[in-house]
Design a protein around this ligand. Structure first.
Ligand SMILES: [Zn+2]
Length: 285
C-alpha cells in the first residue's frame, strides 16, 4: 500500500468514529433544528472525495515548507525550537504557537469575509443551512489552497516550532467538530476564553446582527481585541447559512462555483470601458 493511501485511510479511521460520536450527541442534545441525513451524507461524502486532493495539495507544499522551516530555524527561531524540546518550554511554545496561529488565521478569515474575491473560496463552508459537526469538512479546495499559501509567513516567523503533538491533534482535528457541532452546551465561565459550538454558531448565523462576528478559531478574546466579538445570550442558537446569496446546488458550490464567479467578474472587468475597475461580486448582480 502506498504511503498516500495509508495517510488517507488513517485520516478516515479517526474521522469516521468521531463523526459518528458527534452525530449521536447532536441527536440527543440538539441546539437547533436537527440536520437531515441527506445533509450529513453530502458533507461526509464530499470530505471523503476531496480529502485525497487536500492531502496531495499539502504534499506538494511540503518541500517548500521544509525549506522555509530550515531557513527560519537557522535564525533566531533556532533558539526557541531548542527551548521547546524541554517540557516547560514545550508547553510555553505550544501556547505561543496556538495564539500566534489563531491571530494570523483570524485575519485571513476576516479577509475572506471582507473581500468579495476571497469570499468565493469560503462561501461553500458557510452555505450549510443546518450546521453540524460534519460542516467542519465542508471546505472548498481553494479554501485549503489559500490557507496553505498564507501559512508561509507563519513558517517564516515560527520555523519548525509546532505545538505538542497531542495538543496539535486537539487543535487542528477535534476542534473543528466541536466548533461546528449542533449542540446545546455552554462553556460557562470559559465561554469568553475558548471557542465553542454556540459562540461559533453566531459566526455562521443568517441574522444581520451577527454578520462579521466571531472569527477566531480557538480564542474568542482575539475578537474582543479587534472589535468583532459577539457574546451570545443564553439560549441564542440562530439559523445558519448564507444571508443574501443565490442558492446553488451542493455539487456546483463544491466544485466550480468560485471559478465561474471569478470568470464572470473578469469578463465584467475587461468590458468596463469607463475604467471604474472594481470587483463586483455575484451578490451585486
Ligand atoms: Zn467564516
Amino acid at each position: 500500500m502506498s504511503s498516500g493511501v495509508g495517510v488517507y485511510l488513517a485520516q478516515l479511521a479517526w474521522m469516521i468514529p468521531l463523526t459518528a460520536g458527534f452525530c449521536v450527541l447532536e441527536y440527543l442534545y440538539p441546539a437547533a433544528i436537527r440536520p437531515t441525513w441527506r445533509n450529513r451524507l453530502e458533507n461526509c461524502v464530499y470530505l471523503a472525495l476531496v480529502l485525497p486532493l487536500v492531502l496531495g495539495l499539502q504534499a506538494s507544499f511540503d518541500p517548500l515548507f521544509n525549506y522555509i522551516a530550515h531557513v527560519a530555524d537557522s535564525g533566531w527561531n533556532g533558539r526557541s525550537s531548542a527551548l521547546s524540546r524541554t517540557l516547560p518550554g514545550g508547553i510555553l511554545a505550544t501556547i505561543a504557537y496556538a495564539l500566534i496561529w489563531d491571530v494570523w488565521h483570524y485575519w485571513i478569515h476576516r479577509w475572506q469575509h471582507a473581500s468579495p474575491f476571497l469570499w468565493e473560496t469560503h462561501k461553500f463552508h458557510h452555505s450549510d443551512p443546518m450546521m453540524n459537526a460534519t460542516t467542519q469538512g465542508r471546505r472548498h479546495l481553494l479554501d485549503y489552497l489559500l490557507n496553505l499559501i498564507c501559512h508561509v509567513p507563519l513558517l517564516l516567523l515560527l520555523g519548525s516550532l509546532n505545538p505538542i503533538a497531542l495538543v496539535g491533534v486537539l487543535m487542528f482535528r477535534l476542534w473543528g467538530f466541536v466548533n461546528h457541532a449542533n449542540l446545546r452546551v455552554s462553556f460557562g465561565v470559559l465561554a469568553g476564553v475558548i471557542s465553542g459550538p454556540q459562540w461559533h454558531r453566531i459566526h455562521h448565523s443568517t441574522l444581520p446582527q451577527h454578520r462579521s462576528k466571531n472569527f477566531a478559531t480557538f480564542f474568542p478574546f482575539i475578537d474582543k481585541l479587534f472589535g468583532t466579538y459577539y457574546a451570545p445570550a443564553a439560549g441564542e442558537y440562530p439559523p445558519t447559512g448564507l444571508l443574501d446569496e443565490p442558492l446553488e446546488s451542493f455539487a456546483c458550490s463544491a466544485a466550480h462555483s468560485p471559478l465561474v464567479v471569478w470568470y464572470r467578474c473578469a469578463q465584467r472587468f475587461v468590458a468596463d470601458r469607463r475604467g471604474q475597475r472594481k470587483w463586483i461580486s455575484l451578490r451585486d448582480s
